[in-house]
Design a protein around this ligand. Structure first.
Ligand code: EPU
Length: 477
């Protein structure tokens, strides 16, 4: 029995038992990992900014809640409150002019302070750390909780801390809380990232936009989401060169704290690029479960590594300028060939598609080795695939071997599903959650996916979109 708790929804899925019947059009939303960074970048502006094609995922809501606690005003355009149906156009406005950067002690009120990132909200979403750069650059101070280990690995923040120190900031860590201050503003610097980091690259790039002098960041991440945010900042006056390459050069605005004339001017709206991970997720799902599926509003060139492997595996994919079609997909999955994966920074195979790709590989013929090079703890979902019958050997915390094909069933051992009761499966993180949904849809039987709120962090209304393609999936609150 699942408990009825709206904060912990489950998905109830009836599997397709290997049939490939899904059909239709999957519309891809804007990239959550770009929109989250644009929301943080709103702090660099002197007026209300408008962000378009923002996906309405739970992580976006968390970032909005953090910004609101810091004093910003956030609104979804097209949203109707009250009794009327809620209409969202994926357009968000963020007004940070209401942020004062004053502390409770300074104002003498009990109000939440305007540079202290809410520890509880931050604990729920690692991406909150990207806010530290813009807050420090604008207000000359920021505090935030030291992130603990998370479900996909240790996820340290040393690159951020070292970068701020190089920019002249003072950093202290007291009772699990980092306090960073740069009352005279940040200075440009030269940094080399010892590890390629998406968040590190974005955060220091944003901080450097308001700093005094030139910053050179080397060994940067090249993800398209970084380019998306950089191009917007450039169109609004920031001097950034090289985003999307391994060296980024920023000439700061030379701002003193309090000088609002040197904040950015929102002369252009931010338009979020399509979510390549969401698109890749639907492509992998379509390869296993769809007869004919159009994945529209995506950017196939951001998915080259994935499309090559699937193509070599035998999946028929038609690539168009802004869409991908999996058509005439009538071959049984066991006729697809296995392949090896080594996750890599962009443009390599994305770690965020590692789990959905492993689900794919359980259904195809042959042996595959999967090496996770980015995070050290990203195979927790393997045990759920094993309860369905997958043949997976964990070689070490970063490497597994899959032998396919396996026809997934509700209960390999009778007790797993408890007779006719649906079998219990768990979402461990956003992407592993999608992988488990994929596995359940492939399988024969009925399944309850617990912790669907983790899937909601990255995929907007997934069950409604899968239902529209013909899947038998319900959200149970
Ligand atoms: N790292 C350090 N020190 C740091 C920062 C990172 O050693 O100060 C290490 C990490 O431990 C990791 C590696 O650098 O081993 C790469 O991590 P990165 O900083 O690139 O990850 P991130 O910025 O925290 C973003 C995405 C993740 C995605 C990774 C890798 C967002 C909000 N998150 O995380 O997305 O997996 O890049 O591509 O952009 C998801 O969407 O489900 C998700 C987890």
């Amino acid at each position: 029995m699942t408990t009825k708790n709206p904060t912990n929804p489950t998905f109830l899925i009836k599997g397709l038992a290997g049939r490939k019947t899904l059909k239709g059009v999957a519309h891809i939303n804007g990239a959550k990992n770009a929109a989250l960074k644009a929301m943080a970048a709103a702090v660099l502006f002197n007026k209300k900014v408008r962000l378009e094609n923002v996906p309405h995922t739970a992580d976006i809501d968390t970032m909005a809640a953090i910004l609101e606690k810091l004093g910003a005003k956030i609104s979804w355009i097209g949203e109707q409150n009250g009794e009327a149906e809620v209409v969202r156009d994926h357009i968000m406005e963020i007004d940070t002019t209401t942020m004062t950067g004053t502390t409770a002690a300074e104002t003498g009120t009990e109000k939440n302070t305007h540079t202290d990132i809410d520890p509880t909200l931050a604990a729920g979403m690692r991406a909150s750390v990207v806010l530290t750069g813009p807050l420090l650059a604008r207000f000359g101070k920021v505090s935030f909780p030291a992130p603990g280990g998370c479900v996909i690995g240790a996820r340290p923040i040393d690159l951020f801390i070292e970068g701020y120190k190089k920019m002249g900031a003072k950093v202290t860590l007291e009772d699990g809380l980092y306090k960073i201050s740069a009352p005279n503003g940040l200075s440009g610097m030269d940094d080399f990232f010892h590890t390629i980091s998406v968040g590190g690259t974005e955060t220091l790039m944003m901080a450097a936009v308001l700093a005094k002098g030139k910053t050179i960041l080397s060994n940067c991440a090249k993800e398209p989401e970084i380019v998306n945010v950089a191009e917007w900042l450039i169109s609004c006056g920031a001097k950034i060169k090289g985003a999307g390459t391994s060296t980024i050069e920023i000439i700061g605005n030379g701002r003193n704290i309090g000088d609002d004339k040197k904040l950015l001017e929102p002369t252009k709206h931010f338009v979020t690029i399509p979510d390549r991970i969401e698109a890749g997720s639907f492509i992998l799902l379509g390869a296993l479960c769809a007869k004919d599926l159009v994945i529209e509003n995506c950017e196939p060139k951001h998915l080259t590594a994935v499309l090559h492997l699937l193509n070599d595996s035998g999946v028929l994919i038609d690539t168009k300028p802004n869409a991908v079609q999996i058509k005439g997909n009538s071959r049984v999955n066991s006729s697809f060939k296995s392949f090896d994966i080594r996750t890599k920074e962009y443009p390599g195979f994305p770690t965020d598609l590692q789990a959905p790709a492993v689900t794919f590989l359980t259904q195809v013929t042959g042996e595959s080795n999967i090496l996770e090079t980015i995070f050290e703890g990203r195979f927790k979902y393997v045990e759920d695939l094993e309860t369905l019958g997958a043949n997976i050997t964990v070689l070490n915390p970063r490497e597994v071997r899959v032998k396919g094909p396996t026809a997934f069933v509700q209960s390999v051992e009778k007790e797993v599903g408890g007779g006719d009761a649906p079998a219990d499966l768990y979402a461990h993180d956003i992407r592993a959650g999608f992988a488990i949904v994929m596995a359940a849809l492939t399988a024969k039987g009925q399944f309850v996916i617990h912790n669907a709120h983790l899937i909601d962090r990255g995929y907007e209304k997934l069950e409604e979109r899968l239902k529209a393609l013909g899947a038998n999936i319900e959200r149970v609150l």
